[in-house]
Design a protein around this ligand. Sequence first.
Ligand SMILES: [Zn+2]
Length: 330
Amino acid sequence: MMLDTLKTLLAVWGPTGQEGQVAQELQQMLADKADAMRVDVMGNLIVEKKGQPGGKTLMFSAHMDHIGLVVTDIEDTGYLRVTNVGGVSVDSMRCRHVAFGNGVQGVAVCQPTKGETAGMQHLFVDIGAQDRAEALTMVQLGDVCVFAPDCFPVGPHRFASPAMDDRCACALLAELLLQTDAPRNTVVGVFSVQEEVGLRGAATAAYQVAPDIGVAIDVTAWGDTPEVKLPAVKLGAGAAIKFMDRSMIATPCVRDALMAAAEKAGVPYQREILPFGGTDGGAIQHSRGGVPTGTLSIPCRYVHSACETIDMRDMESGLAILKEFVNGEY
Ligand SMILES: [Zn+2]
């Protein structure tokens, strides 16, 4: 079930560059259904389902990594100084519950800024240590913390979690692999690493897979809360099919094939034109001599905060679109 898969993946610790536990969880989930499965040098999990003779190779990418804070210094008082791994804003970090990979928990805090614009230099993490020596028994320089795992319902159709970006897409891709039998085209599901620091895993994965067509699956921003208008995307109105963002102009034939798949599946979808941001699609499209590439997006409010919120109806729409897409004639 989609929701169970989602909840399982949201609970796994996995900051950018340390996605191993997420890959392990997915390997267990998919072991019985995959024709081939491997983890590459970068840490990407690459799962294959063979298609029919004459079919094409379709690569889908969903990133496993999650933004976090890395410890840069430990003060004599025991407080940790940190900087961002990926797109973390100070605003989203004020008095938030954070967790390290070894189980140590703490509170990220922004100190008084005395009139300066708040920056990473104003953030510290309080892990309850009385001094530097005690802190060093709990964490080391270079350790990374993320928003502590959480997942709670918001209204009848929605869930919020700090890891929706991009575990909701990992859940969608996992369900696609689990629910697809004997597709026309070979489906290669890439659960990628290091998206949040520049689409690094997808770049090397796309080179290895050398797909005929690429599709990134990721969250996108929202335009349906007070004073937020762009993109013109709403929660609950279906998955979004991307036209462009800052990393990619979707290849028209792939974009149109995704929309045709939605029509054929009879599910709602939205057109997405995002004036900022990027996805693994940007890296896939640039791979080798170029790969025709599109992106399927799950609308997500409050991206890169502890309360990233999605609508399960958009997940169902996205899954229906991709199930149709893998059987298309290309
Ligand atoms: Zn993402």
